[in-house]
Design a protein around this ligand. Structure first.
Ligand code: B12
Length: 250
């Protein structure tokens, strides 16, 4: 049986299509008990949820309680409207990128990558760089048109900038996963400021990626492009080659 879905009124569902039910988990800094329970209910009501049911409340440390709840949302979203606002993905594939590079580039582009400062999460950056690639897509090391320098984890600002200068980079790829207390925002803003101070910003294609990165956030922070969850290497490779050619040919 094919379900009829109204894409102008999309709602979460749990039991039956369109029921609006969501599952939430959160922690309150209160001892598990009736007061914490009421505080949790009140928290959910203030989110404008209805039909609230708290299905789990567990003490996770003295003075802290973890809650799991089901509740009903009372709104819908218009996915048709959203689809018209989303930029169409014009990603070139691996072979199209190589063809473009062979036709238009007279040298490999130098690409430096790192996870900044305290951030130790390298899996995402490696997915983009590594020869064997990610989800069946070759990484940048597999393309003849890139000279790659993946510096790995926890690279301090000054070391990254030194390497950018030493290899005369065309593009720099930063990965940021940890977002606790806005750490990524501080790191990324400082990095762009340092590039400015070193008069490197305008000579480089500056890219950031990570699970919480969106193209909009990247632009806001002064980067040329941002890539989020599920990015495949072709999207990044195609962007670098196209952006390099665009700047060179103006
Ligand atoms: C593996 C892992 C670790 C490993 C990392 C090992 C390593 N070498 O990378 C270890 C055990 C070291 C670790 C440590 C910590 N972790 Co951790 N970790 C994870 C975990 C389970 C998976 C991350 C991952 O590898 N994803 C797979 C990759 C392929 O996905 P991705 O990173 O999103 O990358 C894709 C895109 O985002 C994008 N992309 C990413 N980077 C870049 C860069 C560029 C340039 C581009 C173009 C694209 C791009 O492309 C990639 C491919 O599509 C996540 C939870 C989760 N399930 O996501 C927690 C998680 C990221 N960790 C977390 C935390 C809190 C920590 C610790 C603070 C825990 C602790 N208290 O010690 C420490 C911090 C260490 C540190 N100093 O950074 C939190 C982060 C919360 C937050 N938002 O701040 C998470 C979400 C877990 C959680 N739910 O709490 N962690």
């Amino acid at each position: 049986m094919r379900l009829e879905i109204d894409s102008q009124q999309v709602r979460p569902y749990y039991d039956s299509l369109g029921d609006g039910m969501v599952q939430l988990s959160f922690t309150l800094p209160l001892e598990n008990g009736p007061v914490a329970h009421r505080a949790a209910m009140e928290t959910l009501r203030k989110m404008n949820l209805t039909e609230i049911s708290i299905v789990e409340s567990r003490s996770i440390a003295p003075g802290f309680t973890f809650f799991l709840a089901y509740a009903k949302t009372t709104f819908s979203v218009d996915a048709e409207q959203l689809a018209s606002e989303v930029e169409l993905d014009a990603t070139l594939d691996y072979y199209e990128i190589l063809k473009l590079a062979r036709a238009k580039l007279d040298r490999p582009l130098v690409v430096v990558g790192a996870t900044l400062e305290s951030d130790a999460h390298t899996v995402g950056l490696d997915a983009i760089f590594n020869m064997k690639g990610f989800a069946g897509h070759y990484g940048l090391e597999h393309y003849f048109c890139f000279e790659t320098h993946n510096l790995g984890a926890q690279v301090p600002f000054h070391r990254l900038i030194r390497r950018i200068k030493k290899v005369n980079a065309d593009a720099v790829l930063i990965s940021q996963t940890i977002t606790q207390k806005g750490l990524h925002l501080r790191n990324l803003t400082k990095f762009v400021d340092l590039l400015d101070a070193e008069r490197l910003r305008n000579k480089l294609i500056v890219i950031v990626g990570g699970p919480s990165i969106t193209p909009e956030l990247a632009k806001e922070l002064g980067f040329d492009a941002g890539f989020g969850r599920g990015t495949i290497p072709e999207a990044v490779a195609g962007y670098i080659v196209n952006e390099f050619l665009r700047r060179r040919d103006v």
